[in-house]
Design a binder for this molecule. Structure first.
Ligand code: ISE
Length: 335
């Protein structure tokens, strides 16, 4: 296959960024078509990018001129378009979460197993961040001994009006739920969410900040601060306390600026700049994998595991208790 022909469904902000990224920066693929559940909107974006527009996303997914699918629709549409891609036997990249509920993720897992081939990759871009990869290597090789504790933070300057109290776990800390499971190479055992003293800057109905506490099967204890209306900047932290050393996720390098009697470094305003390199690496790897006939990023099973833990954390928050994280047994297909 010379160039992978991608059809993208879901032409909101993140979808448009991925079209731009693939068509101008990456190699070996082009987004040649797009569609959106809001048909007229999808067609207008197709015109803007000079690519083919489809009124019906399913028609695009089934078109033999399309080799692979990117699904960047709103979360509630994820399942139906991932299922359609599996049915068409096409590779599909789905932005996180694979689906909002674990049972929907499980249906996707089952459909993929029935198709007999891994086709689905979930958009957990942090696994492609250079800093997290360095941490993973040090943890895997036990260079500094066993990891014991993780202290993490996920801070956003502001969040959309659509956010409610569940969004901190289900929209934001799902990144930590995935990337820390991957870093440590083990599943979670319990989840808990407690509240900090509330900022007056969050809209009504959203208690901010929140602290999620997870334990893993081997007993590693993790705390994640989610402070999504901090009004300052996008700040992602991950400190890993090991038996022989303390490791910290490196901060992206930026120029040091001396101005107005202050010396400092610019910080990210949001996730799109903080993780831009990770997104580029993630999509280049996905394109290469599709062309070589494999999925080597986060699988549908990883997407399912993430939503199981997110559901436990949400329940823990709503009941202010500690909730067990209980997964189904991992099928051989994903081992
Ligand atoms: C957003 O959807 C993301 O994926 C970002 O990485 C995260 O920081 C943000 O909180 C989410 O809303």
């Amino acid at each position: 296959m010379s160039e992978l022909r991608i059809g993208l469904v879901g032409t909101g902000g993140i979808g448009r960024t991925h079209i731009e990224r693939i068509n101008t920066k990456l190699q070996g693929a082009k987004v040649v078509a797009c569609a959106d559940p809001a048909a007229a909107f999808g067609l207008s974006i197709a015109e803007k990018f000079g690519i083919k527009g489809y009124e019906d996303p399913i028609a695009m997914i089934n078109d033999p001129e399309i080799d692979a699918i990117i699904n960047t629709t709103a979360d509630e549409y994820h399942e139906q378009f991932v299922m359609a891609a599996i049915k068409a036997g096409k590779y599909v990249f789905c932005e996180k979460p694979l689906a909002p509920k674990a049972d929907a993720c499980k249906r996707i897992v089952e459909a993929e197993m029935a198709a007999g081939k891994k086709l689905v990759q979930v958009g957990f871009m942090r696994r492609y961040d250079a800093g997290y990869r360095q941490l993973k290597e040090a943890i895997e090789t036990r260079k500094y001994g066993e990891p014991l504790l993780l202290h993490c933070a996920h801070r956003n300057p502001e969040v959309p009006d659509s956010w409610d109290n569940s969004s901190a776990v289900e929209n934001s800390m799902v990144h930590e739920i995935d990337v820390l499971r991957w870093l440590l190479g083990e599943n979670y055992k319990t989840a808990e969410v407690r509240y900090g003293k509330a900022t007056s800057k969050a809209k009504e109905g959203l208690h901010d900040p929140q602290i999620m506490i997870l334990t893993t099967e081997s007993g590693v204890r993790i705390d994640v601060e989610s402070f999504v209306c901090n009004g300052q900047c996008y700040d992602i932290r991950c400190e890993v306390v090991c038996e022989d050393a303390i490791m910290n996720l490196p901060k992206p390098a930026t120029i040091e600026v001396l101005a107005n009697t202050v010396r400092g470094n610019a910080v990210d305003a949001d996730w799109s700049t903080r993780f831009v390199d990770a997104y580029n690496t993630e999509f280049q790897a996905w394109i290469n994998g599709c062309k070589e006939g494999r999925v080597d990023g986060p699988t549908a099973w990883d997407g399912y595991c993430c939503q199981v833990a997110a559901a436990a954390a949400s329940k823990a928050r709503d009941t202010q208790t500690i909730v067990d994280v209980v997964y189904d047994e991992m099928p051989d297909f994903y081992k």
